[in-house]
Design a protein around this ligand. Structure first.
Ligand code: PGA
Length: 226
């Protein structure tokens, strides 16, 4: 069984979400599905047979933080997983390590599982980048999503061998540093074609899916191909 995390990003209207939820009822799978819609749609997923995730969380506890959503608010909406440190947050909002560390603390306080995104840019040396991104982070309850930045939304997916090499590096690095054995997912232009190949890997524990997660037809194909 693999983890399949669906990251809707800032997409869909209320009507789209209602149709989406209806149509998901016809998808049968033994894989573990976590859907991360935009914040306002979280309550719509209340009676759905899969787990609910959010795309972000505030680094602060409840209080005067306009526009933010706290870990305890997410918990009260039955959110079980939260994406942290996505490259879009790092690039567009200059989210830094201190912020990511605080977000993971807030999630751990309420028992929501963080999904920490890590990944290098095209010409960067992955070992160096990932070691920095994994240091000084509480990884006790954390799932790690390897998302090479050049692969997000571009169709430029690395080979299975390359993803396996990096996933194995992450697992070894974390085990040596902390004794933990985290799950490592892959994210970046996942489609039914590459999901079929990558899901055969024992090192890759699942996927974080952006663009393809918006279409029920694509999700049907992906789940079937696994
Ligand atoms: P993508 O996005 O599947 O559209 O590449 C993945 C992600 O950013 O989590």
């Amino acid at each position: 069984m693999k983890e399949i995390i669906l990251n809707h990003k800032m997409n869909m209207t209320k009507q789209d979400i209602e149709t989406y939820i209806e149509e998901w009822k016809h998808i049968k799978t033994d894989h573990h599905i976590v859907i991360c819609p935009s914040f306002p749609y979280l309550p719509y997923f209340k009676d759905c047979p899969y787990d609910l995730g959010s795309q972000d969380v505030s680094a602060f506890p409840n209080g005067p933080h306009t526009g933010e959503v706290s870990a305890s608010q997410l918990k009260s909406l039955n959110v079980k997983y939260t994406i942290v440190g996505h490259s879009e947050k790092k690039e567009q909002y200059q989210e830094e390590r201190g912020m990511i560390q605080e977000k993971i603390k807030r999630l751990n306080e309420v028992g929501i599982i963080p999904i920490l995104c890590v990944g290098e840019k095209q010409k960067e040396e992955y070992k160096e980048v990932l070691a920095k991104e994994l240091n000084d982070i509480d990884l006790k309850h954390t799932i790690i999503a390897y998302e090479p930045i050049y692969a997000i939304g571009t169709g430029n997916t690395p080979s299975k061998e390359r993803i396996e090499e990096v996933a194995a590096f992450i697992k070894n690095y974390v085990r040596e540093k902390t004794g933990l054995k985290p799950k490592v997912l892959y994210g970046g232009s996942v489609t039914s074609d590459n999901a079929n190949i990558l899901s055969q890997s024992e090192v890759i524990d699942g996927f974080l899916i952006g663009g393809a997660s918006l279409s029920i037809e694509n999700m049907k194909k992906i789940v079937k191909s696994m």
